[in-house]
Every structure is written in structure tokens, then in C-alpha cells.
Design a protein around this ligand. Structure first.
Ligand SMILES: C[S@@+](CC[C@H](N)C(=O)[O-])C[C@H]1O[C@@H](n2cnc3c(N)ncnc32)[C@H](O)[C@@H]1O
Length: 267
């Protein structure tokens, strides 16, 4: 997290000037946010949460990480954007919120959340439970097909399924490696050659499993888009960026889904 943050140039000025870290895909799926109550699950350091607030949402960001939430609160104070940040495990927070009376128009999750979920069904049931009737879940996520390739675009792994564990040496500095893709406020040199000493274990879920978990929780899928690019991040070699920080495969690599966006409505 400190490595990621070290590359983000003056974020407070960026937000005070009306900046947003949201991409067009989530903006389109989220729709008009003015006056909407939004829960942003696994919000990390809160840039997207504050971008939702910037669009008029009353927003609550939730994350497990002490340092991420501390950083999000600091940025909220520096920008004077109204947002509530809660440090909690997502399952606990969903259960406790469901037991109370607070309900949301939208639950938003994006970019690297599904891989942290050991229990997709508990998550989906929790999301459904905290939505108002007619409320929506919006999810923008890396496409599981992209997990089948190594960095050089070689087919290297089975299609993700069953929450199978993937052991990684440690989450790397993907913000620095994005070459500006994840730093819309400006790129700062920051920490160089960061190596994360903490190994991690990710859960691999297929797209059908995510959709089915939401459907079984009582949500009707209203949109499921697959995009032949990623947003911001450059997980593979020689990705080509367009002016909107969409990252496409290099020439010679066939188009394949690298990202998906889903909207689902509580019945
Ligand atoms: C890749 S980040 C998501 C980035 C986020 N979309 C954003 O706006 O920057 C994944 C986040 O999930 C959080 N996380 C992982 N497991 C969690 C859990 N059980 N409960 C709450 N947050 C969790 C991590 O702390 C991390 O901040």
C-alpha cells in the first residue's frame, strides 16, 4: 500500500479540482449518483469512494486494512469530501449492517475484490441484504480469462473455478508498473524496486460462479459487459494505452475479455 500511494502525486489538489478516479465503464453502470446511498466494499485507500462522493453520493467505504482506511480518512479530510470510512472485514460488516436498519441504493465493488473472497455466496447474500428493494449491485472486475495467461501472453493456467487458491509471492507495485494508468492525479517517482515480502493467497472464481452467486442471493442481472481491455493497470507485457487509460493487448494478440462489468438489481 505505501508503495502504491507513493506514486500518486498531489491527490488532494486533484480532488479539490473536481478530479475523479472512476473509469467510464463504472460511471455508465453506476448511473446518476446524486443523493444515492452507496456502499463501496473493499475500498482500499478510498480514491474511488471520494470520486463517488464527488458525484453527489452519500458514500461509505469499507476495507479490512488499517493503513488503507487511515490513508482514505486522511485524503477525505484533505479534500473536504464527505465520506464515511469503516475498517472492517467485509463479511462482518455486511452481517452487522444487515442486522441494522441502514440500507443502500447501490453496492459498488471493483478492480481486484472477487479474488479476496473465500465465500462468494456469503458475500452475495450480504450484498443483497443491505440493498433497498430495487437497489443495485455494480461490480467491475478483472475477467477470469485474463488469469489464464502469464505476463508474456502465453496460455499458462486453467480457467479459474471453485475459489481454488492461488499462492503469490506478494502483491507487487502494480500502481508504479501502470506507467500512469493508475495515477490520474499525476505520477510521482515514489518507491522504486519495491518487493513485497508478504505472500498472499487469492481465490480463483469463474464468471459464471460470480453471476450465479448474485442470482441465487435474489439479484436480477441487468447488464454483463465483457471488455477487451483493462482499465489503468498493465498486468501483461507491451500493453497499448488509449487516451482514456484503457490498456489493450499488443498487436498480434487476439482480442480477449480482460475486464467485465456487471449490474444486478434487488428484486
Ligand atoms: C485491490 S484492492 C481494491 C481496490 C479498490 N477497488 C480501489 O478502489 O482502489 C482490494 C482491497 O480489498 C481489501 N480486502 C481484502 N479482503 C477483505 C475483507 N475480507 N474485508 C474487507 N476488505 C478486504 C484489501 O484490504 C484491499 O484494500
Amino acid at each position: 500500500m505505501p508503495a502504491h500511494e507513493s506514486h500518486r502525486a498531489d491527490q488532494a489538489a486533484f480532488f479539490r479540482g473536481g478530479g475523479s478516479t472512476l473509469f467510464a465503464e463504472e460511471r455508465a453502470l453506476l448511473g446518476d449518483l446524486a443523493g444515492r446511498a452507496v456502499a463501496h466494499l473493499m475500498c482500499n485507500t478510498g480514491q474511488d469512494t471520494l470520486s463517488l462522493a464527488q458525484l453527489g453520493a452519500t458514500v461509505t467505504g469499507v476495507d479490512l486494512s488499517d493503513s488503507a482506511i487511515a490513508s482514505a480518512r486522511e485524503l477525505a479530510a484533505a479534500t473536504q469530501l464527505p465520506a464515511t470510512f469503516v475498517r472492517a472485514d467485509v463479511y462482518d460488516w455486511l452481517r452487522e449492517t444487515a442486522a441494522g436498519t441502514q440500507r443502500f441504493d447501490i453496492v459498488y465493488c471493483a478492480y481486484g475484490v472477487i479474488c479476496w473472497l473465500a465465500d462468494l455466496h456469503a458475500w452475495a447474500r450480504g450484498v443483497a441484504a443491505i440493498l433497498k428493494p430495487g437497489g443495485r449491485c455494480v461490480l467491475v472486475e478483472f475477467h477470469p480469462v485474463s488469469n489464464m495467461f502469464d505476463q508474456q501472453w502465453r496460455l499458462a493456467a486453467d480457467y479459474p473455478a471453485g475459489g481454488r487458491l492461488l499462492a503469490l509471492p506478494g502483491i507487487g507495485d502494480y500502481v508504479g508498473a501502470s506507467e500512469g494508468g493508475l495515477t490520474p492525479s499525476g505520477y510521482a517517482e515514489g518507491m522504486q524496486n519495491f518487493v513485497n515480502p508478504e505472500p498472499c493467497y487469492l481465490h480463483q472464481w469463474g464468471l459464471g460462479e460470480v453471476v450465479t452467486a448474485l442470482a441465487e442471493a435474489g439479484l436480477a442481472i441487468t447488464a454483463l459487459h465483457e471488455y477487451p481491455y483493462t482499465n489503468g493497470e498493465r498486468p501483461f507485457a507491451e500493453m497499448r494505452a488509449d487516451a482514456d487509460r484503457r490498456m489493450y493487448p499488443p498487436e498480434g494478440v487476439p482480442a480477449l475479455p480482460l475486464l467485465y462489468g456487471l449490474a444486478a438489481r434487488k428484486l
